[in-house]
Design a protein around this ligand. Structure first.
Ligand SMILES: [Zn+2]
Ligand SMILES: [Zn+2]
Ligand SMILES: [Zn+2]
Length: 146
């Protein structure tokens, strides 16, 4: 999805494209291949739209997550991070713990587990699964620092 598709999608789901939301989406688009914390999104959004504050950022991120335009990604023991959705298909991510760079895993490693549970007492509806590590550049930086 490009930025105008994202904006159209939001409007088609009945949400106004406020200056604040526009600024948040612009920031997320700039960092398309990265995950950002709400704090980082706040700092960067403020540069574009000074009237923003942290609680509206959280509220808007929640809305954007609910309408499936933003991924919220669990970071082990840390605050969640966010990114624009990559595509409509079910997928997972690998995320760099240092710089937040992310890459798509476009197959589902949990598919077999889903199939296992088909006749059980639970009806599975969704799951989360992300891989964490360090990207090539961050590994290089670490090695250079010794
Ligand atoms: Zn994604
Ligand atoms: Zn990295
Ligand atoms: Zn999956």
């Amino acid at each position: 999805m490009n930025l105008s598709e994202v904006k159209d999608n939001l409007k088609s789901q009945g949400y106004k494209l406020t200056n604040q939301r526009k600024a948040i989406l612009d920031v997320l688009m700039d960092y398309k291949g990265h995950v950002l914390s709400a704090e980082e999104i706040y700092e960067k959004t403020k540069e574009r739209y000074s009237k923003t504050n942290v609680s509206t950022i959280y509220r808007n991120l929640e809305i954007l997550e609910n309408v499936n335009l933003v991924h919220r990604i669990n970071m082990n023991g840390e605050a969640s991070k966010y990114k624009l959705v990559c595509n409509d298909k079910h997928h997972h991510h690998i995320i760099c713990k240092d710089c937040g760079k992310s890459q798509i895993i476009d197959f589902c490693p949990l598919k077999t587990i889903n199939d296992e549970f088909k006749d059980e007492e639970f009806v599975l509806t969704d799951h989360r699964f992300e891989l964490y590590g360090y990207c090539k550049e961050c590994v290089k930086k670490k090695n250079e620092q010794g």
